[in-house]
Design a protein around this ligand. Structure first.
Ligand code: GCB
Length: 595
């Protein structure tokens, strides 16, 4: 109980630190939100002209023919929301800077209700204004946020203005260099969410770690009427239990239930109904346990091998940022076809459709914050920002049984400051969610010519060790893998969280000619032979499912700003290596069982 109260307090502190931003509303999709998606008027503002005191957020209209107003949303162009700006206009393709978005709307709010505006994500800095008043600011390109607008909203002619700035800077998370496109804009859905005066703002309902019939967690109310009865129903499991919230609106949940556990074979989701005296919300929740024992990962108590693949949030076929349920279905459909039971959603939290779809399809998920390469590990502001993004990631997805790993970082250079920074993130993760495993993708090093050692001291703080390696691509030719042995200093499961090489779909040559499908296929064959010899390996996630845009991939006529390590091209064509990996997963399924 004490732990849970500390946890809720932490969530409140984290959100209070963000100024006016309200704590995240759980499961907004189930609240019949009003969508603000569609065309928004935009002003592209490369010199930040609109940020003065008399700025664009005022949406000034000249009241006479003589009045001087040097901007206009109404005669400006429009962009689609959700959507990155880069792929909607050719001249915005490389743009990094400020864009002001405007949407007008009418709203009839019911008496005694409250209204919030919810953003699925905005990359990177978002300043939000309603009817000329500042509502709040959010930093971080891949996590949701909401603001209460009950006292600002009118019945008619509301003007919502959001300034988005995606300029890169050193202190940011991620920092200035990434191997993915810096897609800017309102990249996910925007909606209005109406709730009762006192409402169920958040809940955490999962199995207690290691127990297969005991559900624990909490419910948090937001509003004046804090002390209420909370009823949890899971009709299919005959659960109907009531709890009492305290004067802060928090209740601890602890109940027994006889459940069919969620697994890739049988991704069972239950309807869970959470009601207070003033509010009701329904969710689809699965229940499973995930633990480690020595080098093993146990799902529902049984050792598993993770047949994974890495995925960027890049839209198949259409290109640009993925944001829709259809995008999620296509990407995860390919992962299923590959034979996966696991996906690594790299290198930042993906949109909610991905995680919910993974829940339905039975794909276990690695979810990550963009603590990527050399961020400012000695900067407390950067740490606060990373902690905030981590908190928001966990806040949104903590009820999804598909999520088994929270990943703290990717390929970060070793050092004291980095160890302190990431271990703090791991500690926060375990406080926010004691049920899941903590991981990070790390590097390894050579001992002699033919031995790789996993000994990153960060491993001490993790449950599962993620390891990225590029033998046969950045490191020698494919056959280099043949004599490679792997050692680890830790009695912990290891997942090869990246390996791969580039091939342009349809480019052919012999199996030592770079950029051809044959080279990539050859490389995968040598890799797989090596991976099979690693005794402590408990999963693989090749880099990557689909080709994705990157400003660092410049080779003309081959890369053309695409990282081509995909097993599938950006148009959905499967490369030869896809089938090699598929064959490997068929074999692993036979060896390790169908989960
Ligand atoms: C890595 C990074 C990933 C890159 C990949 C590559 O190690 O983690 O973000 O895209 O290598 O293709 O080089």
């Amino acid at each position: 109980m004490r732990k849970i109260l500390i946890l809720i307090a932490l969530l409140t502190i984290a959100t209070a630190a963000r100024g006016q931003q309200s704590s995240l509303i759980q499961n907004v999709g189930a609240r019949s939100p009003i969508s603000l998606d569609g065309q928004w008027k935009v002003i592209i503002d490369p010199y930040d002209t609109g940020s003065s005191d008399n700025g664009f957020f005022k949406d000034a209209q000249p009241k006479s023919k003589s009045e001087f107003v040097e901007y206009s949303f109404d005669t400006s162009e429009s962009l689609s929301v959700p959507g990155d700006w880069n792929t909607q206009r050719e001249r915005l393709f490389f743009y990094e800077g400020a864009v002001w978005y405007k949407k007008s709307f009418d709203y009839q709010r019911q008496a005694n209700s409250r209204l919030f505006v919810y953003f699925g994500a905005a990359n990177y800095l978002a300043d939000v204004y309603l009817n000329g008043a500042k509502v709040g600011r959010h930093e971080g390109g891949f996590t949701p946020f909401n603001f209460e607008i009950t006292n600002l909203v009118r019945e008619q002619d509301n003007t919502l203005i959001v300034k988005i700035d995606n300029k890169r800077f050193r202190e940011a998370v991620p920092t200035v260099v990434t191997d993915w496109w810096n897609y800017g804009g309102l990249t996910r859905q925007v909606m209005l969410v109406e709730v009762p005066q006192t409402f169920v703002q958040d809940y955490f309902i999962q199995l207690r770690k290691g127990a297969n019939n005991r559900i624990v967690g909490w419910v948090k109310l937001n509003g004046q009427q804090a002390a209420q009865k909370i009823r949890i129903q899971i009709p299919e499991a005959n659960v109907d239990t009531t709890f009492q919230t305290d004067t802060n609106g928090a209740a601890t949940i602890d109940l027994n239930a006889n459940l069919t556990l969620w697994s890739p074979q049988q991704p069972k989701l239950y309807e869970v109904i959470i009601s207070s005296e003033s509010d009701t919300i329904r969710d689809q929740i699965g229940f499973r346990t995930i633990e480690v024992k020595g080098p093993d990962i146990l799902l529902n108590g049984k050792p598993i091998f993770l047949r994974g693949v890495c995925i960027h949030e890049e839209a198949p076929i259409r290109g640009g940022r993925a944001f829709s349920q259809d995008d999620a279905r296509i990407l995860l459909g390919w992962a299923k076809e590959l034979g996966c039971n696991f996906v690594r959603l790299a290198h930042y939290p993906h949109n909610e459709f991905m995680v919910r779809e993974a829940d339905r399809l039975g794909l276990m998920v690695w979810s990550e914050v963009p603590v990527y390469w050399g961020i400012q590990f000695d900067n407390p502001v950067t740490l606060g920002n990373a902690q905030n993004q981590l908190t928001e990631m966990i806040a949104r997805d903590k009820n999804r049984s598909a999520v088994i790993f929270w990943s703290m970082a990717n390929e970060t250079p070793q050092g004291e400051a980095r160890l302190s920074f990431i271990s703090k993130l791991a500690e926060l993760t375990r406080t926010l969610d004691p049920t899941r495993l903590v991981t990070a993708a790390m590097l390894h090093h050579y001992e002699g010519q033919t031995t790789q050692v996993i000994d990153d001291p960060l491993s001490e703080y993790l449950d599962v060790i993620g390891c990225n390696e590029y033998i046969g691509w950045y490191d020698g030719l494919p056959a280099k893998a043949d004599n490679m042995e792997w050692k680890t200093r830790y009695q912990k499961p290891v997942v090869m969280s990246e390996f791969g090489g580039e091939a342009q779909y349809g480019r052919h040559g012999d199996d030592l000619t770079r950029w051809t499908e044959e080279y990539q296929e050859n490389m995968y064959r040598h890799q797989i032979a090596m991976l099979k010899r690693i005794p402590f390996l408990r999963g693989t996630a090749p880099w990557i499912l689909m080709d994705f845009r990157s400003p660092r991939r410049l080779l003309p006529q081959i890369q053309d700003y695409y990282n081509r390590k995909g097993l599938v091209s950006s148009r959905g064509e499967k490369k030869k290596a896809f089938y090699v990996m598929q064959e490997f997963y068929r074999e692993m399924r036979q060896r390790f069982g169908s989960e």
